[in-house]
Design a protein around this ligand. Structure first.
Ligand code: PHB
Length: 390
């Protein structure tokens, strides 16, 4: 009897382990080229999450497969997402730094039975393109709305807006204008520049000529934002007293060593600062620093990726590792947890993340390096852009 039981248990264990699968997650992002540091932050966030929580969910191994889209390139993004689903058999798609890349992959999710966890792309409308999209980053409506009130409270009445001419830039422009004019201010001019713009001197001249007391700016973080803040200084806008108000993409921590004094005093609103003071962030920064190698390279895409993995692990748990996109997405609707950025939840209706937005100012931190120092909290902000996106 004992021997029989032993054999039965062994057989059961074998059948259980035979059912355990490797769950593949396909991650699309910029891993080479000018935005490679942003992709490196995706990977650091993912590696940190798996180092802290293990590379298994239940009996299932989790494997990450990376695909490189160096710059916004919707056709390449769609082709790689398709290849990940069809050839690699991924059960989840994740990553997506640029909006056009995320948008382009949404039409294949339902047929592929694959949820998409957006770890950065920030145009409000992305979540409306498929019921299988969940977002753990932010939207530019969410981050640009509070800064409008901050600008008005600072005594600024006239602002010129300058944005990259694509989804998140247009959203940021609309969000700022709506908030600033509601507060009684006026947007005197709105400039949209091509995403490829890298000579900002003519723009700086237009800002000076506009008569505005401040500029609101959105560009996607990377060489773009670094170049813009440098040009703002080099063209004398800072010394002329023209202030900058913007979402925090403009002063990501990985740019601060190169900007130095040029960024000092700039106020931004954003969902995450590497210097955020909480035990969860301390643990995150330690794990992500180890993963990225050089802690000075850490920036916000790492936290979007870290929380994105949390959502994916919950989805794998809920489906027992079986491929069922609807069940997976349903399981994380309303999910709440304490992120390194603060308390967050996935809004059950929009599938976008509700979170605190912080007002920060670039100042020297305790060890002499520049940080985004949080000075005020706008609690539990949803996405005001979703109404506009419908
Ligand atoms: C986007 O393309 O949606 C995007 C990229 C970088 C950012 C923000 C938004 O910093």
């Amino acid at each position: 009897m004992k021997r029989f039981l032993g054999a039965a248990i062994a057989a059961l264990a074998m059948s259980v382990s035979a059912e355990a699968a490797t769950i593949k997650v396909g991650v699309v992002g910029p891993f080479s080229g000018p935005f490679a540091l942003q992709g490196k932050n995706f990977k650091a966030g993912i590696d940190a999450y798996m180092a802290v929580n293990g590379a298994k969910v239940g009996d299932n191994d989790v494997e990450i497969i990376y695909r490189d889209v160096p710059q916004a390139d919707p056709a390449q993004s769609k082709a790689l997402a398709q290849e990940l689903i069809v050839k690699e058999g991924v059960q989840y798609l994740a990553g997506f730094y640029f909006t056009p890349d995320a948008m382009a992959a949404t039409p294949i999710l339902q047929q592929g039975n694959v949820p998409m966890v957006v770890m950065n792309a920030a145009t409000s409308a992305i979540v409306t393109k498929s019921p299988y999209v969940v977002r753990t980053s932010f939207t530019t409506w969410q981050t640009s709305t509070p800064i409008a009130q901050v600008a008005k409270d600072a005594g600024v009445d006239k602002v010129i807006t300058v944005v990259s001419d694509y989804g998140p830039g247009v959203d940021a422009e609309n969000a700022f204008k709506a908030g600033f004019e509601k507060a009684g201010g006026k947007v005197v001019e709105a400039i949209r520049m091509p995403l490829s713009t890298n000579d900002f001197s003519p723009i700086m001249q237009r800002i000076k000529d506009s008569g505005a007391g401040a500029v609101f700016a959105f560009l996607p973080s990377g060489p773009t934002t670094l170049g813009f803040v440098k040009a703002y200084n080099q063209n004398g806008l800072k010394t002329a007293g023209i202030k900058i108000f913007s979402p925090g993409d403009l002063t990501q921590e990985s740019d601060l060593p190169a900007l130095g004094e040029a960024a000092a005093g700039v106020q931004t609103t954003f969902h995450y600062a590497v210097s955020h003071d909480s035990p969860e962030n301390k643990a995150f920064v330690e794990a992500a620093s180890k993963a990225i190698g050089n802690p000075a390279e850490l920036s916000f895409p790492a936290v979007g990726a870290y929380d994105g993995m949390h959502v994916i692990y919950k989805m794998i748990e809920a489906t027992g590792g079986k491929q069922d996109a609807k069940k997976a997405v349903d399981a994380v609707k309303g999910l709440s947890w304490t992120s390194p950025r603060g308390p967050v939840s996935i809004d059950a209706e929009s599938r976008h993340i509700t979170q605190n937005i912080y007002l920060r100012e670039v100042t020297k931190g305790p060890d002499g390096a520049y940080i985004n120092k949080e000075i005020k909290t706008f609690e539990r902000q949803g996405d005001p852009g979703l109404a506009a996106a419908k």
